[in-house]
Design a binder for this molecule. Sequence first.
Ligand SMILES: [Zn+2]
Ligand SMILES: [Zn+2]
Length: 282
Amino acid sequence: MRVRLGASGPVRQVRFEEYVQGAVLSEFSPGTAPPEVASRMLQLQAIVARTYAIAHLGRHAREGFDLCATTHCQLYAPPRGAASRWSAAASTAARHTASAVLWFGTSPASAVYHADCGGHTSAARDVWGGTAAHPYLVAIADEGAARTAHASWTFTARAGDLLAALNKDARTRVGRQLSAIAVVQRDAGGRAALVVLRGEREPLVRGEELRDVLNRAFGARAIRSTRFSLAREGNSFVFSGAGYGHGVGLCQAGALARLRAGAGPEQVLAQYYPGTRLVRLR
Ligand SMILES: [Zn+2]
Ligand SMILES: [Zn+2]
């Protein structure tokens, strides 16, 4: 089986397991983890990348390919040659877990993941809305071995810069002034689910939409997650948050901490996708 990969440039055809291996290397770097822990994390990532690809194959069918190579689907930009000291390990991990996929009911699971949940994951419905039932994408306190794995952040922006960024998108347009940004609803994971922007207009937006709009202006490392609180300091707004990414499904920081503490890939997957099971496809 081959995956038709699109994005910029011509559509590429990549062998499925080669795609899995490349996606693993694009989405995760074991960093300073001991080789034995890194190998288990790469196995876990291979199962997740394979499951995600199978569940979303054909997402871009109308554009003439299966998956795009950006974070919209799954990043596929594997480092080349000597730049990738992990490529042999990723290849071993893909082979070791070949055809293993997470399943829920009668379908492959929507195995979404993110870098750091900040201490608590959120339900898919609370972050993205919609009515799709994913009973395994629920809010989970990421404690135990994962308790100290999470990082916090702050981001400060001048009101004028925020105003300009918000006015660039119809969903967040406030008009000529911005007087306040207030979280009106938090989800069970502590994320800002609904935020009201107060100005000439007072749009109510999902926290994840606000993050998307602001990060287009300030970069992906600005509002790292919607697990934030806000304070006004003079002419600036200060976001103080924890975690990095949307916060749904598997938390890579927590998963790595659990593996370091001795857990196996299957145990960790069961933790973040409760109710799913691991099957081997023929
Ligand atoms: Zn895509
Ligand atoms: Zn976590």
